[in-house]
Write a protein that binds this ligand. Sequence first.
Ligand code: ZN
Ligand code: ZN
Length: 107
Amino acid sequence: MDELICPGCQSDEHLSGERDGEVIHITCSACDVSWDRDLTPRCKTCGNEDVRSAAQAVWEKSRGTQLSIVSVHTVHLCPDCDADKLDRVRESNTPLPPDDNPAAGMR
Ligand SMILES: [Zn+2]
Ligand SMILES: [Zn+2]
């Protein structure tokens, strides 16, 4: 099992989990961030079950170009299909930006 830490405060002290079938809902009371932890993750592309979980931010565009992270959810990265994302998570140790990046212009 990988470590469970809050992507907001990088701590596991304020976390509480609630199991719901195959998923655990986790909440950090310090940051008010919540996400789901899938108990049976697998790669959607190749079916590999040896995936790594990573946090992905969900942003909300407030006024102008200001972005704020409103929540974080867990995505599962396949060492084969998502190698570049996995590297990024490992290096930065912060939540991935959303796939749909409102700040884009980067494509
Ligand atoms: Zn937190
Ligand atoms: Zn895969």
